[in-house]
Design a protein around this ligand. Structure first.
Ligand code: RB5
Length: 165
């Protein structure tokens, strides 16, 4: 599987561990940064990069890591088509796939033990979407996303930027 990984400084160490683990399992890993734990960066840049890799098709799934997994998940979820889930263990990772059809898994590098994190990533990759009643809910989320995109476009065209004094 082709997998995009990304992190901020808070998730850097765990991201390396995950990337090595995935590569050793035979996956093709595309590391979209960041490249150091001691240089603070902004997690939205990396969440967006992983999200775009997934929605463009250059990666099948994404793995995001920041200190908690939360900020980078919020950012990734702003990319239309991304369903990024913060997971804490094997169970949340499996259900994120089976019920929520998540295509990006997000981890807290400052919260999770390394073996728990690796097991969670493995569970995420092994699980598949259950469909059925869950498909209807995913369709509702997609409709919300499209409606919001339409509203944003309408707002942008009906409220041209005014000069400020
Ligand atoms: C960075 O200090 C930290 O805020 C970030 O890694 C993440 O935990 C945010 O959600």
């Amino acid at each position: 599987m082709r997998i995009a990984v990304g992190s901020d400084h808070g998730g850097y160490q765990l991201k390396l561990l995950v990337a090595d683990h995935l590569a050793a399992a035979g996956h093709v890993v595309d590391d979209l940064g960041t490249d150091a734990a001691d240089v603070p960066v902004d997690y939205p840049d990396y969440g967006a990069a992983v999200g775009r890799a997934v929605t463009s098709g250059s990666a099948e799934v994404g793995v995001c890591v920041c200190g908690t997994g939360i900020g980078i998940a919020i950012a990734a979820n702003k990319i239309p088509g991304v369903r990024a889930a913060v997971v804490h263990d094997v169970t949340t990772a499996r259900l994120a796939r089976q019920h929520n059809h998540a295509n990006v898994v997000c981890l807290g590098g400052r919260l999770l033990g390394s073996q728990v994190a690796l097991d969670a990533v493995d569970a995420f990759l092994a699980a598949t979407f259950d469909g059925g009643r869950h498909q209807r809910r995913i369709d509702e989320i997609t409709a919300l996303e499209q409606a919001t995109a339409g509203l944003s476009a309408a707002a942008a065209s009906s409220h041209p930027t005014k000069e400020r004094r």
